[in-house]
Design a protein around this ligand. Structure first.
Ligand SMILES: *Cc1c(COP(=O)(O)O)cnc(C)c1O
Length: 383
């Protein structure tokens, strides 16, 4: 028997979440963000469920080629644009739209020989200070791009740094640039330049999508499509009516009866204060489970909530079986996602929160050694 760990992808949940994003987007078009191999889910596995989007956004040219190979003929947007001149040849050949965020990319385009007119998203830095032209340089960049014979259409984009929190959130992050400040900065800098606009990631779409200037012409949800709340712990996935697109599951491969005072795992960080039954599950950090998840991280065994004990090792982790007298070797364990036995959801965001990280990182980090199944009929399909 293979090692029992398994990641299961739920296309029904992806469809549901895309419909949810579309509702929030109203008349705006939707880029389904599928970078990082669809946030770890696998582009080929999510493609059919997400093909109702208006376009796909990602940043790896090889992934864009995989979408074309799947038969997608609609828009594909490269969120970081071209990295070197020959990338533009692939953009021409595959009909990729691409972000333009710096002068070097305009230089590349100006030197690029092509028959196909390129569609570009001119990117502005409105306060995140990651990628994009400074506000005072947008007008000149637009004029230069618009004059290039290689360019057919110039659209405008920016990205929010803090769409997941309230502007007045008092959590010690003093210099936080708020969504409204970024909106104003963008509106002022692009003024009445012609072209479609795109601003909103999942957090902006779900939290502020009722505002037309946030939805604009194109929205760019990523994490919401995969069923994780972009603003956890402020809100959870259930609040946003999002369903988990991935379940990570395994089984118990060992059970121990330990006495009071016995310690569990590397570093002996958990010490029993009474006699306990504990289980060992076949999942560790080499599978992508976060090593920084400590005692108390939620896990499901036999469809019931319990907790992790001690340190996660490379291939195994320990679970509290108190109150689970029927659990034994072979019992199903759900690490996140939808528990197959009970149908209950263990949100990936809770596990991430216990490990000091975000759902994004966990779903992207599921290791290549974990086999992946696609669950065609359960796991969140709409009735
Ligand atoms: C990743 C990304 C998104 C999607 O962000 P989510 O928080 O996953 O919705 C949108 N726009 C850009 C530019 C991105 O890099």
């Amino acid at each position: 028997m293979p090692r029992p760990i398994l990641a299961t992808i739920h296309p029904g949940a992806l469809r549901h979440n895309l419909a949810r994003a579309r509702r929030a987007a109203r008349d705006a078009r939707v880029w389904a963000v599928v970078k990082a191999d669809a946030y770890g889910h696998g582009i080929e596995r999510v493609f059919d469920a997400l093909r109702g989007a208006d376009g796909f956004a990602l940043l790896d040219l090889a992934e864009a080629a995989r979408l074309r190979a799947l038969g997608w003929r609609g828009p594909i947007l490269l969120l970081e644009g071209a990295f070197e001149p020959r990338d533009l040849e692939l953009c021409s050949r595959l009909g990729l739209w691409h972000a333009v965020h710096c002068d070097a990319q305009i230089d590349m385009l100006a030197a690029h020989k092509t028959q196909a007119g390129h569609r570009v998203f001119l990117k502005m830095d409105s306060g995140m200070h990651r990628l994009g032209f400074a506000p005072h340089r947008m007008g000149a960049a637009w004029t230069r791009l618009n004059a290039l014979p290689q360019v057919e259409e110039v659209s405008l984009m920016t990205h929010f740094a803090n769409a997941d929190v309230d502007a007045d959130a008092d959590d010690g992050a003093g210099a936080r640039v708020g969504l409204d400040a970024q909106l104003e900065c963008f509106a002022r800098a692009v003024g009445d330049l012609p072209g479609e606009r795109s601003l909103a990631n999942s957090a902006a779409l779900l939290r502020h999508g009722h505002r037309p200037e946030v939805r604009a012409d194109w929205v760019r949800p990523g994490i919401a499509l995969y069923g994780s709340a972009p603003d956890f712990p402020g809100h959870d996935a259930a609040h946003w009516d999002l369903r988990p697109a991935m379940t990570l599951s395994t089984r118990l491969i060992g059970v121990q009866e330990i006495g009071a005072g016995a310690a569990v795992g590397y570093g002996s960080t958990f010490v029993a204060d009474r006699p306990m039954r504990i289980g060992t599950a076949a999942c560790g950090y080499a599978d992508g489970y976060p090593r920084h998840a400590g005692t108390g991280t939620p896990v499901m065994v036999d469809g019931r909530r319990t907790r992790l004990l001690g340190r996660v090792s490379m291939d195994m982790l320990a679970l509290d079986l108190t109150g689970l007298p029927n659990a034994g070797v072979g019992s199903p364990v759900t690490l996140w996602g939808r528990d197959a036995a009970s149908g209950a959801v263990l949100p990936i965001d809770r596990v991430a929160g216990a490990a000091g990280t975000v759902g994004y990182e966990l779903m992207c980090a599921v290791a290549p050694r974990v086999p992946v199944a696609v669950d065609e009929d359960a796991g969140g399909a709409d009735a």
